[in-house]
Design a protein around this ligand. Structure first.
Ligand code: 5AD
Ligand code: SF4
Length: 434
């Protein structure tokens, strides 16, 4: 009887990409996908540890998966991703039934590790963070049969922002060769991809020999049959004038950038070791808008970093009012073991964090809604991805990455179409075909 596998993915798109790779290895090793963990012989949880909440969620999910082993003692249970890297062997103490702990930089060795796990006898913790990233190992058919595809072009981070766990769990920056990336992109287009998102923890610091990120984008722009290019996530300190120019020069590059600012006060930015000031960030936004007036801006921001005063927080609100982001991802700061911020004094109380987050989100809600309403009556191009959550409508995204729903006609799935916006809410737009 065929063996089955089940992978559950938490966290970012980099993890999605890794899970896709792990699936392929399992399929090449004779496994078939299972629709439920209860039906699988191999279960893997790919985890995120960027914030405390994500890590707790991963550990509690793992607890429930471990229970499956009581019913099926032959089940192999693995944990991968950033929690695996961070906790390592300690996970065996907490979950003795666990068979494998696999760090993000060990995925390239997964087929060999899988064989050892199957042979049984020993539990394996593979957590060397200095190995070659998996995206460097050949070419794969990621996200098959989708109009939207993703390519990891660099992994790791060298920035060591004082609150962030990523450099510890994902290792140092490493960029893939442009030839490999372009080859993979062309292949994805042949398979039907119309939009490709280039991924990296610090995507705009991509550099391979003499090729820097703007050059890679130029070459991506030359790919026939590709309609849209996106990239994420960018760091303000590496946003060059040349990259900003790409938004004017490259017709396939979508008018949207996700550019985390984290805090609006220079004192806090310094303590975070972000490497830019509030003024520098505002200048970048100004230059982006000058180059491409339609550009949509999204960002990440944190409240309650150690020592954040009411005045610091006001400056964050002020920056949000000034810039008017299209959307914001906002978080309460949480300690990540091993980072400098975790050792800082002057921690902000949970109540205070909740209060600030609520105020911030209220402010942004109004801005997002107003921006969405401004689009009513306008014509936009939408890449249709499929049916909406409720199943009654088709759904897709504008070039600026906003969700548009409209009355369904399945013939439009996977196509680029023009839609006139009729209504707008906080979460999405509703349109009609033009
Ligand atoms: N606490 C809260 N939020 C964090 N982020 C990163 N580290 C932490 C932390 N320790 C947020 C940042 C980052 C996003 C992915 O998660 O805003 O941009
Ligand atoms: Fe989570 Fe960051 Fe790891 Fe992605 S890289 S899984 S966001 S901790």
């Amino acid at each position: 009887m065929a063996r089955h596998y089940y992978i559950e993915t938490m966290g970012c798109q980099m993890n999605e990409y890794d899970s896709d790779h792990l699936s392929r290895i399992l399929e090449n090793s004779g496994y078939m996908p299972a629709s439920e963990p209860e039906e699988a012989d191999f279960v893997l949880l790919n985890t995120c540890s960027v914030r405390e909440k994500a890590e707790q969620k991963a550990l509690s999910r793992l607890g429930r998966l471990v229970a499956l082993k009581k019913k099926n003692p032959r089940l192999l249970l693995a944990v991968a991703g950033c929690v695996a890297q961070q906790r390592g062997m300690d996970l065996f103490d907490r979950f003795p039934a666990l068979d494998l702990v696999l760090g993000p930089r060990e995925i390239g060795r997964f087929s060999e590790i899988l064989r050892k796990t199957e042979n049984g006898g020993t539990r394996i913790a593979a957590v060397n963070v200095h190995r070659t990233p998996v995206s460097f190992m050949g070419r794969f058919e990621y996200f098959r049969n989708s109009v939207k595809a993703y390519i990891t072009i660099m992994e790791g981070c060298n920035n060591f922002c004082s609150y962030c766990i990523v450099p510890y769990v994902r290792g140092r920056e490493a960029s893939r060769s442009p030839q490999k990336i372009l080859e993979e992109a062309r292949e994805l287009v042949v398979q039907g991809a119309k939009e490709i998102t280039l991924l990296g923890q610090n995507v705009n610091s991509y550099v391979y020999e003499k090729t820097r990120f703007p050059r890679l984008l130029q070459r991506m722009n030359e790919i026939k049959g590709l309609h849209r290019i996106r990239f994420t996530t960018s760091h303000p300190k590496d946003l060059s004038a040349e990259l900003i120019q790409c938004f004017a020069q490259l017709d396939k590059l979508c008018s949207h950038i996700h550019l985390p600012f984290q805090a609006g006060s220079n004192r806090v930015l310094k303590a975070m070791k972000r490497g830019y000031t509030r003024e520098k960030y505002m200048d970048l936004i100004h230059a982006l808008r000058q180059t491409q007036p339609e550009i949509a801006l999204t960002s990440d921001v944190m409240v309650g970093f150690p020592g954040e005063t009411e005045d610091d927080f006001e400056q964050t609100l002020d920056l949000i009012r000034n810039i008017e982001f299209d959307n914001l991802f906002s978080f309460k700061y949480s300690d990540r073991e091993g980072t400098p911020a975790a050792r800082m004094q002057e921690k902000i109380s949970e109540d205070q964090k909740i209060e600030r987050l609520t105020r911030l989100q209220g402010l942004q809600r109004g801005i997002t809604l107003r921006k969405n309403k401004d689009l009513v009556g306008k014509n936009v191009e939408v890449l249709v991805e499929g049916t909406s959550k409720k199943g009654q409508q088709l759904t897709g995204r504008t070039e600026t990455n906003k969700v548009v729903n409209f009355i369904r006609d399945n013939a439009y799935i996977n196509k680029l179409i023009n839609v006139k916006i009729k209504r707008a809410s906080f979460n999405s737009l509703f349109g009609e075909l033009t």
